[in-house]
Design a protein around this ligand. Structure first.
Ligand code: CA
Length: 671
């Protein structure tokens, strides 16, 4: 097996080639360099966004730069580590209490070496929709039966014909390709999957699943997906798209449903380290997870192709993960209707769709009667006693493409994820609106065309965006990074900078993009809502957004590259309340530095400061009466009213904006 390594750190020293600026809007603000030492000062801890009912209580996922710090958090929360992934520097911690309480404790403790704390978001299987009429309708007429294999139920396998599968079998059938089915488990005792299911992993119990066993803990879904990919070609039952590929079950929907982003990350990493070359993900949900993004990057950077289903909500989806991560192949569902193929009504729309694949009335394997995930069946094979059913949804479309990828990987074992994606795009059959469209992406996937095509040698790359302060003394985490496509077709890419200040875009399309950096993410930083519908309570790094927008730049991405952006800021304070004998204290939460300057009504330019600033006003002697001190902070040209309050007999106040006591000022210095 090839050597596995943690690419997020090593990519920093990668060779940087052609990222050329065609815009001079930010002169001297961008450059390309080796930046291994950008952690002289710790950046702020990032707290993942909380939204009512969308995450699990009693657990936090902690990303660290210093493992000892993570262990301190375990002690602080009186919790225990449940998942430990040194590959992506993350531990998840179970504890008694709410996530919001844990956030408060971690913030109070001010532990150095922690980079992010996030909840485990809830996610769901993309559930199949009911198939009303299980018989083929008159609008759905079989064409050439010979293109559906020679199996018992081949007449139902319209998907094989629609994508030209069987015609390439003499050349490739998925031999030696391991496909991870990241799903509800797979019934390896099914006669049509016998010998197809290799060792898998159940992250919830840290159990290695022996080959050929029943792991359908989360229901029938994963078994159906597995059959579409690699059911056996034996004349009985059905046959999958890549009948000689091997299925590796990774159980992320277990007996109690979704296991959590931490366990999923563990499952994905396990699959990568045990030889999976492509993974099928027919699931998703709200919430950008740093942990899961890192796991997806880990797979992509190791050359593993990630196929995800678009979802069945008939909506335009962007904030849905993992389908919203860069570098994946996103699959819509197609049907055959009245002589044409088209994207089916329920399939999610977006400009990030890669291709469509058959997704209605898909007959595949379901767990056997008495198996763990048995949910019943509508078809029973007299030939092998196997159980089958018709499902439909993008969950059924995705495994068709996953099977196609397995076939292509047999032909091109060393192809990078973007090469396979480009090949699939370029050889898809145009359906729906002419050319690329938001329903089917590039069209209906076609294996036969893909095998006649040429593997592209250009057209994809990986890009790192590293964000630091003006002096490169600290890496800025959780900055929103959008790559807005300004040439060609396809979706924009989105990621946030991680614990190393890097937004990693693995295996994306090459081309011309506008880089837009905003943030850091005010939701994440701000802990806007404790998940109980409360108003923002001031646990903020900084609330402002507009004045923080730092970079818009056009880049031409042609090969693997790293780009460094040095944030800068202007920060001035001016008081309007006359006081005599007072002083201003400037305190930097990141560096621990503090100093005092005389208080007067002139403008104080503090733009050289970098870090998280607090401003105090100290009186020479206790106040003789309640005193309100007012002023204006100018941050990057925006004037923000501020004030402080010194009660009678007190001597000091912190100067804040409307967000109150805990709202420090995030500043980046100025060169
Ligand atoms: Ca079969």
């Amino acid at each position: 097996m090839k050597k596995i390594y943690f690419v997020l750190t090593t990519l920093l020293v990668a060779v940087f080639l052609f990222v050329s600026c065609t815009s001079q809007s930010l002169k001297d603000n961008t450059n390309v360099k080796n930046t291994n030492n950008v952690q002289k000062v710790e950046g702020p801890i990032v707290f993942g966004e909380l939204k009512d009912g969308e995450y699990t209580e009693g657990k936090v996922l902690v990303g660290y730069t210093d493992r000892k710090a993570a262990l301190e958090v375990v002690k602080l929360l009186n919790g225990k580590i449940v998942v430990d992934l040194p590959q992506i520097k993350m531990v998840s911690i179970k504890f008694n209490g709410t996530v919001a309480e844990a956030y408060e404790k971690i913030k109070e403790a001010n532990i150095k070496g922690i980079k992010y704390v996030e909840p485990s978001y809830k996610r769901e299987l993309i559930k199949p929709l009911p198939v009303e009429n299980k018989e083929l309708t008159n609008k759905f007429e079989p064409k050439t039966m010979s293109l559906r294999g020679e199996e018992e139920f081949s007449t139902s396998l319209w998907g094989l014909e629609a994508i030209g599968t069987t015609e390439v079998w003499p050349e490739a059938s998925g031999t030696d390709i391991i496909v991870a089915v990241v799903d509800s488990g797979v019934d390896g005792t099914h006669p049509d999957l016998e010998g197809q299911v290799i060792e898998g992993y159940r992250p919830l119990t840290d159990e290695v699943l022996p080959a050929g066993t029943d792991s359908s803990y989360g229901g029938a879904h994963g078994t159906h997906v597995a059959g579409t990919i690699a059911a056996k070609e034996d004349g009985k039952g059905i046959v999958g798209v890549a009948p000689n590929a091997k299925i590796m079950p990774i159980v992320i929907f277990d007996v109690d449903g979704y296991v959590g982003d931490d366990y999923v990350a563990a499952g994905i990493i396990w699959a990568v380290e045990h030889g999976a070359k492509v993974m099928n993900h027919s699931w998703g949900g709200w919430g950008y997870s740093h942990t899961m993004k890192a796991a997806f990057d880990y797979a992509l950077d190791n050359g593993v192709i990630m196929v995800v289903s678009a979802g069945n909500d008939h909506t335009d989806q962007h904030l849905h993960y993992p389908s919203g991560y860069p570098g994946v192949i996103q699959v819509a569902a197609a049907e055959y209707y009245g002589g044409n193929y088209r994207t089916v009504w329920f399939s999610n729309r977006s400009d990030a769709i890669t291709v469509a694949a058959p997704g209605v009335k898909i007959l595949s394997t379901v767990p056997m009667t008495g198996s763990i995930g048995d949910e019943g069946h509508s078809v029973l094979s007299p030939e092998n006693d196997g159980t089958y059913d018709y499902y439909q949804g993008t969950s059924m479309a995705s495994p068709h493409v996953t099977g196609v990828v397995a076939l292509l990987l047999q032909k091109y074992p060393n192809a990078k994820p973007w090469q396979i994606r480009r090949l699939i795009q370029q050889t898809a059959v145009d359906i729906d609106d002419p050319g690329f469209d938001h329903n089917s992406g590039y069209g209906l996937v076609n294996v036969k065309n893909a095998f006649s095509g040429t593997l592209p040698s250009t057209g994809g790359a990986s890009l790192n965006i590293l964000v630091t302060d003006a002096y490169e003394s600290w890496a800025v985490p959780t900055v929103f990074v959008t790559l807005k496509r300004i040439e060609g077709v396809g979706g924009d890419y989105f990621a946030k900078t991680d614990i190393n200040g890097i937004a990693h875009f693995s295996n994306i399309d090459a081309g011309k993009y506008e880089v837009i950096l905003g943030g850091p993410d005010s939701y994440e930083r701000a802990l806007a809502d404790f998940g109980v519908g409360s108003v923002p309570d001031g646990f903020a790094i900084n609330w402002r957004m507009e004045e923080e927008r730092q970079v818009n730049e056009i880049i031409q991405l042609t090969s693997d590259a790293t780009k460094v952006y040095n944030f800068e800021s202007e920060f001035k304070v001016q008081f309007t309340t006359p006081l005599s004998g007072a002083s201003i204290k400037v305190s930097n939460y990141l560096t621990g530095e503090e100093y005092e300057i005389p208080y007067n009504l002139t403008i104080k330019n503090l733009s050289s400061e970098s870090g998280l600033l607090n401003i105090y006003v100290n009186l020479a002697s206790p106040a003789s009466t309640d005193t309100t001190i007012q002023g204006i902070v100018t941050l990057n040209g925006y004037q923000i009213p501020v004030e402080g309050f010194i009660p009678k007999d007190a001597t000091s106040t912190k100067i804040t904006d409307v967000f109150g006591e805990d709202a420090w000022w995030t500043v980046f210095g100025k060169r």
